[in-house]
Design a protein around this ligand. Structure first.
Ligand code: NCD
Length: 295
């Protein structure tokens, strides 16, 4: 029984094997019963639009039975500790638990206490990791650049508080992709990757732009006088992009005219809805990899 908590849980070869399957799922070449008789439970302790429904669609297309824990009615709100929740989950029993939580590291803790009985799949924990999002991002990049070695990406925005950025920063260089972080100094993580606060400087030199939402819910204090001020320097706009040949990505939800201008949302270079579509296929392939065999 394997868990998927960070992208490090899969080798490069395993990732390529998963992408190969995802490509088939995208073309609807699957049987549809790969997870028949499996029971999977989703626990979203933090809001989600895309990720939750994407996992649910992926599970149902594989024939799995899905149970959602309704957090608002769950015992967490009545004071149950996470460990007690874990012991109860173990007794309920499921082949996998898909978990989103506002605290970094919660998925590790649950995995430890569920040991080998169930797979734990991280659907985003705090600012730490969002491995299935990074997988679908890399998959989307590789559909445009089948050999991504040497391709350049600018990751733009609130990088320090973004689990999407953190997972991509780990995953993309493993496939030879060169990262530049673009953000104001207070949104930069303390890591050794080249960075700038001048978006105009890098925009001419990259193949891929990944814009991120400003994670205001994770800020202890307001760091910009307004999001409009932030947008002046970091919004991806038609004026900045001109006719550059790039692909523009965003994990969603997009703050229009803060992260990306209205006009660019319908631009053919913008691949946000393709990311969402690919996300279902990639999650299907990940679930099949983890649950269908005897791994
Ligand atoms: C992101 C998340 O929740 O981490 N969205 C997603 O899962 N697609 C990004 C965000 O909230 O900004």
């Amino acid at each position: 029984m394997r868990h998927f908590i960070t992208t490090d849980d899969f080798s490069n070869n395993e990732i390529l094997e998963i992408f190969n399957d995802a490509e088939k799922f995208l073309k609807h070449e699957e049987r549809g019963d790969e997870l028949a008789k499996k029971n999977v439970m989703t626990l979203f302790f933090e809001n989600s639009t895309r990720t939750k429904s994407s996992f649910e669609m992926a599970l149902k297309r594989l024939g799995s039975r899905v149970v959602h824990l309704d957090i608002s009615k769950s015992s967490t709100s009545k004071g149950e500790t996470l460990l007690d929740t874990a012991y109860n989950l173990k007794s309920i029993g499921a082949n996998a638990f898909i978990i989103r939580h506002s605290d970094a590291g919660v998925t590790y803790k649950l995995a430890e206490h569920l040991n080998n009985k169930s797979s734990v799949i991280n659907a985003g924990d705090g600012a730490f990791a969002h491995p299935t999002q990074a997988m679908l991002d890399l998959f989307t990049i590789m559909r445009y650049f089948p050999d991504p070695t040497g391709k350049k990406i600018a990751i733009v925005g609130d990088i320090r508080n973004s689990r999407v950025a953190n997972s991509n920063i780990k995953l993309l260089p493993r496939f030879g992709i060169d990262i530049t972080l673009v953000s104001p100094p207070h949104f930069l993580p303390k890591i050794n990757i080249k960075s700038t606060n001048n978006l105009n400087e890098v925009i001419n030199d990259v193949d891929i732009i990944m814009s991120l939402r400003t994670q205001t819910e994770r800020h202890n204090q307001q760091v910009y006088s307004s999001l409009k001020d932030y947008a002046k320097d970091f919004c991806i706009t038609e004026e900045r992009l001109k006719n550059k040949n790039v692909i523009l990505m965003h994990p969603g939800p997009v703050n229009r005219n803060i992260d990306i201008s209205d006009g660019l949302m319908n631009d053919p270079r913008t691949k946000i809805l393709e990311q969402v579509e690919n996300g279902v296929a990639v999650r299907m392939a990940i679930l099949k990899f983890l649950l269908a065999g005897n791994k």
